[in-house]
Ligand binder design. Structure first.
Ligand SMILES: [Zn+2]
Length: 410
């Protein structure tokens, strides 16, 4: 067993490039439990771990209110960026597994008058499960160590699956979200980074770990992954997977199903409306937004809300408070919320040499060395220089440092 005998967290198992996530949901693995409720429960847990990056504690503490079901669109509460992106939208099979359990739960909640807040722990009895003793293990008193709560049930199933699929070290529930992000990056050749950061925040250790692992993986040849983000991500980030490398049975395609229906459009807009970043604009800021018609200078995208009102953000290139920037047009750039975040963090910067070339810490990112799409006002040289030398540089250093640490560790 690769499990924490000493109470230690097992080393992350980074699934190899090309891993088919569909296999984790194969009924053949679950049949031995002889328990439909348990099967639906674990599949929903795995889907939430993969699709919404829930850690074990988040899964255990989920309530009915953390899920919204609207036809085949499932929204799971985002436990990370709760204000900016409060819901993560899942469609396709990931959504389907969650919906199935949700309906079961709602049905039983009504019939049993149950108001327990916990979403997963209620309706299966560990004692009645049929489990594989070799996988579950024997307790010191000689009895079989049957899973007694949702986390141990999930842990047991992932061990069972790992054993059957020859995955070593074994998968653990906390490996799900790291792999989910890693494979989204692989699948989109790094383009998903923006939406991942926007959804979870760069400060999350699992986001950074996945990114560094991606950098190590990306030069290998085969590529497959899946992307549960689709409808909460602006159009231009939804890369259509390379047709030559994709079979139609690909989990990625089925789960993300880049759906062009109006319903999805509405959700996208509502996500943006939920942004709490809006502040009252100063005169200068308002003038710039009008100048650019609310279009992002980097991607050219204009966000329009359901009332037809455009939305953009104006960013100080050399930040005001902490970095003593000035409140002038030459120190301002118009962004969508997504590129605003990347610029703030120093993931991207503008080349001070020409003040129109974008630089990205990840040199293979498509944004790197691309040009600003819109340049209707002059960017002040010293502000661009400052952002490049101070903010971008420190992010670059941080990434380099982390990579170094990682290669020593691995
Ligand atoms: Zn943009």
């Amino acid at each position: 067993m690769s499990l924490d005998v000493n109470g230690k967290k097992p080393k992350v198992n980074y699934l190899k490039k090309g891993f088919d996530f569909y296999q984790l949901f194969d009924d053949d693995f679950y049949d031995h439990l002889h328990n439909k409720t348990a099967r639906q429960t674990i599949k929903a847990c795995i889907a939430i771990g993969l699709g919404a990056a829930y850690n074990t504690g988040d899964i255990r503490d989920m309530t009915l209110g953390d899920i919204q079901v609207d036809g085949n669109i499932i929204r799971v509460k985002n436990v990370y960026e709760t204000e900016r992106i409060p819901w993560i939208v899942l469609t396709g099979d990931l959504g389907k597994f969650i919906k199935e359990y949700y309906e079961l739960r709602v049905e039983r909640t009504t019939s049993l008058g149950d108001t327990s807040p916990r979403f997963f722990e209620k309706f299966w009895d560990g004692g009645e499960l049929e489990i594989d003793v070799d996988i579950a293990g024997i307790k010191s008193n000689g009895t079989v160590d049957k899973p007694s709560n949702i986390i141990s049930l999930m842990t047991y199933m992932l061990r069972y699956i790992s054993f059957k699929m020859d995955i070593d070290p074994h998968l653990y529930p906390t490996h799900l979200y790291v792999n989910s992000i890693l494979h989204q990056l692989l699948q989109t050749e790094g383009k998903a980074l923006e939406s991942i950061i926007r959804t979870y925040g760069w400060e999350r250790a699992f986001v950074r770990e996945s990114f560094y692992q991606y950098i190590q993986y990306r030069d290998q040849n085969e590529s497959i992954g899946f992307n549960p983000f689709d409808s909460s991500v602006p159009k231009e980030l939804n890369t259509i997977p390379d047709t030559k490398s994709e079979e139609p049975s690909d989990f990625f395609l089925k789960s993300s199903s880049v759906n062009d229906s109006d319903a999805d459009e509405d959700i996208l807009l509502i996500e943006f409306l939920n942004l709490t970043r809006r502040r009252r604009d100063t005169k200068r800021v308002r003038a710039l937004k009008i100048l650019y018609k609310n279009c992002c200078q980097i991607c050219g995208e204009a966000l329009v809300d359901i009332n037809g009102i455009g939305y953009s953000e104006v960013n100080h290139i050399q930040p005001m408070a902490e970095h003593k920037g000035v409140d002038r047009e030459e120190n301002m750039i118009v962004h969508c919320p997504n590129h605003h975040t990347l610029m703030d963090m120093g993931i991207i910067t503008i080349d001070p040499g020409d003040r129109e070339t974008i630089l990205h810490v990840d040199k293979s990112n498509p944004l790197h060395k691309s040009k600003l799409l819109l340049t209707n006002h002059l960017l002040g040289e010293k502000y661009v220089q400052y952002h490049h030398d101070v903010i971008f540089y420190s992010m670059k250093e941080q990434v380099a440092r982390n990579l170094k640490e990682l290669s020593i560790e691995l």
